[in-house]
Design a protein around this ligand. Structure first.
Ligand SMILES: [Zn+2]
Length: 275
């Protein structure tokens, strides 16, 4: 246990030659939302994807990375939602953080406000923020002999989202384009989000690493498409607030982490700030 928090799930997900993919998933229970962060371990170094949310999980994720005995080359931050970057201030201050220009700018401008807005977290929140200093540009890169394809995806779960593909391994770090086994964080961009997921279904990638939940295959990507279709229909039918939540919980009783509704419903149907 991490104080009152359940242990995370850690897993060696895939091995291909000298490259190993690891995942680290925080609790599914209580108010937790199964934040999933990942490690690409290659011959000489590590590349991390996202930095966890609550401080105890961020520290444990860092311990897991350090246990592999290789230096962290960099950490890719997928997007500006705090459940992906709060942990940077807790446990990754010494690591080069690469993010889209828009993500870095947002954290520079609003990061401290976001941290203060989360005062209820107490010492589960970081003591300070980390503004990403390295801008991730879409394109192809070789890092420690591994080919990485970076892409900028706009107007889905968030306005600007970085994705990381490893074509030779068939692995795609979708982060919050994909919610694996958990309820989705819905936005007003569900139609375009669906188009993006359909693109993934048509791609050669086979293993999809989500921002929430366990590693997934294309079946789960397709389930997310279906979930978005149901949610869009519910919006078209005029459901809002609790009725909208009850509809989705009733239709998808197997999905975990209903705490996500409390985060996004005031934003989807109201005027609440989105950070
Ligand atoms: Zn998230």
């Amino acid at each position: 246990m991490l104080g009152q928090l359940p242990d995370p799930i850690t897993m060696l997900v895939k091995r291909a030659g000298e490259v190993r993919i690891h995942t680290f998933v925080s609790a599914f229970t209580g108010n937790n939302i199964a934040n999933a962060t990942h490690i690409v371990e290659s011959r000489n170094s590590l590349v991390l994807i996202d930095g966890q949310f609550l401080a105890p999980y961020a520290r444990r994720f860092r311990e897991y990375a350090d246990s592999l005995g290789k230096p962290i080359d960099r950490l890719f931050l997928s997007h500006r939602h705090p459940d992906h970057w709060f942990g940077l201030g807790t446990a990754f201050r010494d690591v080069p953080v690469h993010a889209l220009f828009e993500t870095a700018s947002f954290i520079k401008e609003h990061g401290e406000d976001s941290r203060e807005d989360h005062w209820k977290l107490g010492d589960l929140a970081p003591e300070g923020i980390v503004v990403p200093q390295d801008i991730a540009e879409p394109g192809e890169y070789a890092i420690d002999g591994v080919r990485y394809v970076l892409d900028k995806v706009t107007e889905t779960e968030v306005d600007f989202h970085l994705t990381v593909g490893l074509p030779e391994l068939g692995v795609y770090f979708a982060q919050d384009l994909l919610y694996s086994g958990t309820h989705l964080y819905l936005t007003r961009e569900m139609e375009h989000w669906t188009r993006v997921l359909e693109g993934l279904l048509a791609s050669d990638y086979e293993l999809f690493m989500p921002g929430h939940g366990l590693p997934a295959d294309k079946t789960e990507v397709a389930r997310n498409v279906e979930y978005l279709a149901a949610a869009r229909q519910a919006v078209a039918d005029g459901l809002t607030g609790d009725a909208f939540r009850d509809f989705l919980v009733g239709r998808y009783p197997e999905r975990r982490c209903p705490g996500i509704f409390d985060i996004y419903l005031p934003r989807l149907f109201g005027a609440a700030r989105d950070y």
